[in-house]
Design a binder for this molecule. Structure first.
Ligand SMILES: Cc1cc2nc3c(=O)[nH]c(=O)nc-3n(C[C@H](O)[C@H](O)[C@H](O)COP(=O)(O)OP(=O)(O)OC[C@H]3O[C@@H](n4cnc5c(N)ncnc54)[C@H](O)[C@@H]3O)c2cc1C
Ligand code: SF4
Length: 325
């Protein structure tokens, strides 16, 4: 039986109270929303925060608000199940709805939040193990060790970003609102991530994600495809979000974003540029998939054989473009 370590639990009622607690408790404090990622990590001693500041009583962080212009604001503590049950989200942003619905299981989606998904820890087969297992291999760079077992010659961690909602949020042009004792800021979701399996977020320790702001959908069409071993529930070993805006039957703007193949979500800018001015037909989609394949660098630290996962980028990008058109 894995048990939680001892910790101090704080339950503020407002965002202002939350950021004050975080800053006065210092870097040993962390936020918990649904706890479906943080608590298992604490049980495995990946993270051992002295203080856990829970968002459960902060009502302002829950719920969605549709703007008159077609924009959508999603509170960070909105549960994945609430989004899955949101008929408007399903109708207007089916790719985001499908990504949310593919996350873990109904029980976990009832607890888990969109904010927790956006800020999910990076994953690796050598890290997502209990303490005894990790000690048997002398740990690794991400947790008290001095070797990366995925790439032993490397001085960095290659644990992967596996958050299903993230590639879609980026493809849809979403922005993240953050609060801290220094005030508020709003940044593109894309800029929240760093290509480093250990220091994978750009946000400060005392910053709380309050909201995700999605622009009006307008004429954008989008799709999310997820490769995983079990269709019932599993993390993505490759996720592909595609979003297209057309001028007539030609592509005016394209966004292709991958997860599961790097420590941060990967934007396929070369493939996006290739699509401009073209019709989406099977040949063009296939050619774009071949371009998107090049920067994807899956390593041997998640499920399936990494060379095969890389090949699947071609297939998922091609199919995603044809599905989004
Ligand atoms: C069996 C299992 C299967 C899973 N399958 C998937 C899957 O298929 N796809 C997938 O994407 N995920 C999966 N997950 C991971 C997880 O359940 C989800 O990502 C979930 O959305 C996390 O949300 P949470 O609210 O529970 O996060 P928490 O565990 O509460 O928090 C996660 C991280 O985010 C931080 N955080 C949370 N909210 C905020 C905030 N507002 N401001 C600042 N920091 C914050 C926490 O400090 C923590 O570091 C799975 C988990 C399990 C246990
Ligand atoms: S990529 Fe390397 S350092 Fe990072 S978690 Fe895996 S084994 Fe550890």
């Amino acid at each position: 039986m894995m048990r939680l370590p001892a910790f101090k639990y704080l339950a503020p009622h407002s965002v202002a109270e939350t950021v004050l607690m975080l800053s006065s408790e210092g870097p040993g404090a962390t936020v918990v929303a649904g706890g479906t990622d943080l608590y298992p990590n604490m049980k495995r001693r990946h993270q051992v925060p002295k203080t856990v500041v829970s968002l459960r009583r902060v009502a302002d962080l829950r719920g969605t608000h549709a703007g008159a212009d077609g924009s959508l604001r999603i509170g960070a503590s909105t549960t994945l199940m609430a989004l899955e049950r949101d008929a408007r989200l399903k109708a207007e942003r089916p790719a985001l709805w499908a990504a949310v619905r593919s996350i873990s299981t109904p029980v976990l989606r009832t607890m888990g939040t969109i904010g927790g998904n956006v800020l999910l820890d990076t994953r690796c087969n050598y890290y997502d193990q209990n303490l005894e297992w990790r000690r048997a291999i002398n740990n690794c760079l991400k947790c008290e060790g001095d070797t990366c077992w995925t790439a032993p010659g490397s001085d960095r961690c290659w644990a992967v970003n596996s958050s299903d909602s993230v590639p879609v949020l980026i493809a849809l042009g979403a922005r993240a609102r953050l609060s801290s004792p220094r005030g508020h800021r709003e940044v593109p979701v894309e800029s929240l991530y760093r290509d480093d399996g250990i220091s994978y977020l750009t946000k400060d320790h005392d910053e709380v994600l309050t909201e995700l702001v999605l622009p009006p959908v307008g004429p954008w069409k989008s799709h999310y495809g997820k490769l995983r071993r079990r269709g019932t529930f599993d993390f993505p070993v490759l996720g592909v979000a595609t979003a297209l805006r057309f001028d007539g039957d030609r592509v005016a703007e394209a966004r292709i974003v991958l997860n599961g193949v790097g420590s941060s979500p990967l934007r396929c800018t070369e493939a996006e540029g290739f699509l401009l001015g073209k019709r989406i037909d099977p040949e063009t989609a296939k050619a774009a998939g071949e371009i998107a394949f090049r920067p994807a660098k899956p390593l041997d630290n998640t499920d399936f054989e990494n060379a095969w996962r890389k090949k699947m980028v071609k297939v998922y990008v091609r199919d995603g473009l044809l599905a989004a058109k």
